[in-house]
Design a protein around this ligand. Structure first.
Ligand SMILES: *Cc1c(COP(=O)(O)O)cnc(C)c1O
Length: 339
């Protein structure tokens, strides 16, 4: 049995999701004629209380489009140094939008209200104009950490007072909402724009959505075309997204429970030095001296358990739709016997 915990992106469409994809009505979405894409955009926007949505091939694209529409070249974005937009998007902020970055620290990848206030540049011709604040929830490199909603709302307040735009990288926002109990509408009200991924915990094969006000999405649609992200009969993919929103949100709690079980087991193993708190579906742990992450990944890989070495000493597991209770039991046996 292969147990793939490298990411929640490794899931395959379920038979019912494939059925929904097969039976989708489609058209040319660059002409605005794909009814299923339109339905997905409207459904997701309404869910988060936003006016409009834009279906894109990836979360990198939705983040990059949002950053471009919210700013002018030479302006500055405030974000955490471990955030996906900075760390994993290959300097896209600089190459796509000519932006400067102000990188913040903060425990488990999360930024604070005070840090944002302290890093807004004064109106000084020597300094780039601060234009945008970006947060990630859940926070991947923080081990799937979930923001306190009061912090998110507080940062939003600071943005409004200072004329800054506020973007949420919500690739795993449904994982966060499952923990806090906040509704998508309450979440949507805090931000100018939101990116959500259908291809992570929700189990769709492809796709992310950018949500915001009508005028913002109108501009975003143009930037998507420039980035080469206009898709034609994308309704087949959008149908998977609609199915995922209808059927795969509630079950995220199962992923969270299984991740907690893995975290607890790892905490008790003598070859594990430390496990980050497990809030959602991500488990990050540090291996004990003299082991390296690569060594451990290779050892458990021989038994069929796949993971990602997150850095020299840390490993990440991500639970997901295709990780069953049976696989959880098997994974635990492999981990217990590994060293
Ligand atoms: C996966 C992910 C994205 C988007 O990734 P794509 O692979 O481009 O879809 C963005 N932000 C976070 C936090 C992610 O985990």
């Amino acid at each position: 049995m292969i147990i793939d915990l490298r990411s929640d992106t490794v899931t395959r469409p379920t038979p019912a999701m494939l059925e929904a994809m097969f039976s989708a009505s489609v058209g040319d979405d660059v002409f605005g004629e794909d009814p299923t894409v339109i339905a997905l955009e409207e459904k997701s926007a309404a869910l988060f209380g936003k006016e409009a949505g834009l279906f894109c091939p990836s979360g990198t694209m939705t983040n990059q489009i949002a950053s471009k529409v919210h700013t002018q070249p030479g302006e500055e974005v405030i974000l955490h140094n471990l955030s996906h937009v900075y760390y994993y998007e290959a300097a896209g902020l600089m190459t796509n939008s000519g932006l400067s970055v102000c990188l913040l620290d903060g425990e488990r990848g999360m930024i604070s209200i005070q840090d944002v206030i302290d890093h807004i540049n004064p109106d000084d011709l020597h300094r780039p104009r601060t234009a945008l604040v970006e947060v990630e929830n859940t926070m991947n490199k923080g081990g799937g950490a979930v923001y306190d909603n009061r912090v998110l709302a507080g940062i939003g307040e600071v943005c409004r007072k200072n004329g800054l735009k506020y973007h949420l990288d919500g690739a795993r926002i449904f994982n966060a909402l499952a923990v806090t109990g906040q509704t998508p509408k309450e979440c949507g009200a805090m931000f100018d724009s939101i990116s959500i991924c259908l291809s992570k915990g929700l189990g769709a094969p492809v796709g992310s959505l950018l949500l915001g006000e009508r005028e913002f999405i109108r501009k975003a649609r143009r930037v998507r075309k420039v980035f080469g992200g206009g898709m034609r009969q994308a309704g087949y993919l959008a149908a998977a997204g609609i199915y995922a929103l209808d059927n795969h949100v509630e079950r995220l709690n199962d992923d969270h429970r299984r991740a907690k079980v893995l975290g607890e087991l790892l905490s008790g193993l003598n070859w594990v030095e430390k496990v980050l708190p497990v809030d959602t579906n991500i488990v990050i742990f540090r291996v004990a001296f003299p082991l390296s992450a690569a060594e451990v990944v290779s050892r458990i890989g021989e038994s069929g358990l796949k993971a990602i070495a997150f850095d020299r000493y840390s490993i990440r597991f991500v639970t997901h739709l295709d990780f069953t209770e049976e696989m959880l039991d098997a994974a635990m046996e492999i981990l217990k016997k590994a060293f």
